[in-house]
Write a protein that binds this ligand. Sequence first.
Ligand code: GLY
Length: 304
Amino acid sequence: MHDTRCRPAVLVHGGAGGSRQDEDGCVHAAESAMAALQRGEDALAAATAAVVTMEDDGRFNAGSGSVLCLDGLTVEMDAAVMDSRGRLGAVACLQGVKNPILVALAVAATPHWLLCGEGAERFARTRGFAHHYAVSEKSRNRHRQLIAQLHTDAAATYDVDNQEFMRFWNYDKPISAAVATPCDTVGAVTRDIQGNFAVAGSTGGSAPSLLGRVGDTPIVGSGFYAGPFGAVAVTGLGEHIVRHLLAHTVYQAIAGGMPLALALQQGLDRFDAQIDIGLIAVSRTEAGSRSNRSMPTALMTDDR
Ligand code: GLY
């Protein structure tokens, strides 16, 4: 009998600009996803499990490790899931939950694909997600450095004058003091034994930013994409990524038969080297990553 089963695969990243010393967090996340696949769960459940693990880790800019907004108080998080079976859910500017990725998964079961702000938080409460607010010491330190840098001439964000954040300031309290933090994101792409593909991504956004800022992570085709030929997750500076619909552009290249490594490289080559960019992807037969910065990753396949 012809064997139509696929070789399960999981690939996780911890953000372009992240430290390779944190790679054990990606390995742990990939193990969570592979355990889900080995229990018979599908690609979407596995990608979600990986991102939950990354959100809970505290070292990555997502979930419990999310960066602080410029007011030193607010945490706004974005997350998204998508699979090759058509499931799609996302949240943007979500506050007060532990695992935004699980709220994004819950959105995929509604008539909508994206909920944001207060509506997303209210939705989370109706689905039983308890209020949660935690800021890691790493995020507090980053915030102190950021405020200090905003008061200098050294641009905290690529190609943006620090004064722009003062000029358009939209927080309740006035700016008191603000360091450039990479707008890193966590993400996972998976392939299950049936040949389904899925992607999940989560971020605390970029710092510095205005209140209500949304990058690429919850925007379909920009920060993530999955279809019958594979799945792609993107990390880096959202304002630039969205202009290239990067995840869908790379997906289309893979769907057109381009070797995965070349598709990723061509995606990366679209950007000025000063802009942090990272990509991971899985196809029917391949999996790989590319970044112009250090980027922690972990790849796991089931060869049984
Ligand atoms: N890639 C994360 C962001 O720009 O929000």
